[in-house]
Design a protein around this ligand. Structure first.
Ligand SMILES: NC(=O)c1ccc[n+]([C@@H]2O[C@H](COP(=O)([O-])OP(=O)(O)OC[C@H]3O[C@@H](n4cnc5c(N)ncnc54)[C@H](OP(=O)(O)O)[C@@H]3O)[C@@H](O)[C@H]2O)c1
Length: 338
C-alpha cells in the first residue's frame, strides 16, 4: 500500500517555510510479523514545541533529524493486527504523527477508549495541551478565587483552556491574542472578563494596567519576550508568573530575541517566576486533571475549540500557521474519517 509522510528537509534559518518539509510517498508492506499492527492515523497534532526541535541544539527533547519523517502526537486506528493486545478497530495514541500509516510492534502505543470521546480529544483537550493548561494554572500557578489572572497567547490551545480553568476556579481573567476574532471568542464564548488584540495595541503595558487595575496575581505566559516584559510592569506584590512558552522568540536568531528589561520588578515586587515542561508533571497529575476536566465540562464551564486542516499534504501549512496565528484553539490535521 502507498503511505504518504512528511520528512524534515531543511532546518529553518530561522524562519520556517515550505522548504523545511518534503512530502514523501513510499510502499508500506502489509505483510505483518507476529506482534505487529498496521495503524491508520486519523488525526495528528502540530505544536509550537516542534519548532525548537528543528534547531540542531541540545534541549529537553532531541532535535528532529534531517531527511527523516517528523514526529508528533497522533491518534489512529488498528487496521490489521498480529498482536493479541491490539484488536482491529482499536484506537491508539502515538508519537508517530506526520504520516498516514505505520507498522508498529505495539511499543509506545496507548489504547484509547473512543466510545464517548472524540478521538482527537486525546491529542487536544484531554492530551498535552489540556494537562499543560491544568498544571500551569491550578497546580503550579495555584490560581485562587478572587485573583486576577492574565493569560498571553489566550486564543490558542493552551491559552483558551487556561482562561476557562481560571474562570472555573473563580478568578478574574484577562487575555491577549493576535486577532479581533480571537478576542471576540474569548469575550463571548469563553466569557472571560477582558481581552485585547496585542497586535493593534500601541501601549501593551498600559493596556494591561487599564484591564488589571488591581495588578496581576498570576500571569500564565505562552509568549515570552515583549509580552513577558510588559506583564512584569503590572504584577502585584508577591505575584506569580508561570512561564509555559516563549513563542515570540522561537523563530528568532538568538541575538534577535527580545531581552527582558523589567527584571528589577521581579526583585522589588517579590514575583515568583516558575517555568515548566509538562512532561515532568504528567504522571503525577494526569488523574486529577481528567477528573477536574470531566467535572468542569459537565458543568458547562469549558468550551473546546479546534482549527482543522485536512490531509497530510496540509500538515506543513498547519504547522506554519501556528506562527502567523492561523489557529483559534487547537491546531489539528485530520488525516482520515475512520
Ligand atoms: N511548557 C510546556 O510543557 C508546554 C506545553 C505545551 C505548549 N507550550 C507552549 O505554550 C504556548 C502555546 O502552545 P499551544 O500549543 O497552545 O499553541 P497555540 O497557542 O495554539 O498556537 C500558537 C499561537 O501563538 C501565537 N503566536 C505565534 N507567534 C507569536 C508571536 N511572535 N508573538 C505572540 N504570539 C504569537 C499565535 O496566536 P496569536 O494570534 O495570539 O498571535 C498562535 O496561534 C507555546 O509557547 C508552546 O510552546 C508549553
Amino acid at each position: 500500500m502507498i503511505n504518504r509522510e512528511i520528512h524534515f528537509a531543511q532546518r529553518p534559518s530561522p524562519q520556517p517555510n515550505d522548504d523545511c518539509f518534503k512530502l514523501v510517498e513510499s510502499q508500506l508492506s502489509e505483510e505483518l510479523e507476529e506482534g505487529q499492527v498496521l495503524i491508520k492515523n486519523l488525526w495528528m497534532s502540530v505544536d509550537p514545541y516542534m519548532r525548537p526541535r528543528m534547531n540542531d541544539v541540545k534541549s529537553y527533547i532531541p532535535p528532529f533529524q534531517l531527511d527523516h519523517v517528523l514526529e508528533g502526537g497522533a491518534i489512529g486506528v488498528v487496521m490489521q493486527s498480529k498482536n493479541p493486545k491490539l484488536a482491529v478497530g482499536t484506537h491508539v495514541e502515538s508519537m508517530n504523527g506526520w504520516r498516514e500509516y505505520f507498522v508498529s510492534n505495539g511499543k509506545g502505543l496507548g489504547i484509547r477508549d473512543t466510545s464517548n470521546i472524540a478521538p482527537q480529544d486525546y491529542i487536544g483537550i484531554l492530551g498535552m495541551p489540556g494537562i499543560t493548561a491544568y498544571v500551569g494554572t491550578k497546580v503550579l500557578g495555584e490560581a485562587k478565587a478572587g485573583e486576577t489572572v492574565y493569560v498571553s497567547g489566550a486564543g490558542g490551545a493552551v491559552g483558551t483552556l487556561v482562561c476557562q480553568i481560571a474562570k472555573a476556579l473563580g478568578c478574574t481573567v484577562v487575555g491577549s491574542a493576535g486577532s479581533d476574532e480571537k478576542v471576540d471568542w474569548l469575550l463571548n464564548t469563553a466569557k472571560i472578563d477582558a481581552a485585547f488584540n496585542y497586535k493593534t495595541t500601541d501601549d501593551f503595558a498600559g493596556k494591561l494596567a487599564e484591564l488589571c487595575p488591581k495588578g496581576i496575581h498570576l500571569f500564565f505566559d505562552n509568549v515570552g519576550g515583549s509580552q513577558l516584559d510588559g506583564a512584569l510592569l503590572n504584577m502585584r506584590k508577591n505575584g506569580r508568573a508561570i512561564l509555559c512558552g516563549t513563542i515570540e522568540d522561537y523563530n528568532e536568531a538568538p541575538e534577535k530575541r527580545h531581552g527582558i528589561t523589567n527584571m528589577f520588578k521581579v526583585v522589588t515586587l517579590g514575583v515568583t517566576v516558575k517555568g515548566f515542561v509538562v512532561l515532568d508533571y504528567m504522571a503525577e497529575y494526569h488523574q486529577a486533571f481528567i477528573e477536574d476536566m470531566a467535572n468542569w465540562r459537565a458543568e458547562g464551564k469549558i468550551v473546546w475549540q479546534e482549527t482543522v486542516f485536512e490531509g497530510i499534504a496540509k500538515a506543513p501549512e498547519a504547522f506554519l500557521g501556528l506562527f502567523s496565528g492561523a489557529n483559534l484553539g487547537k491546531m489539528l490535521v485530520k488525516l482520515a474519517d475512520s
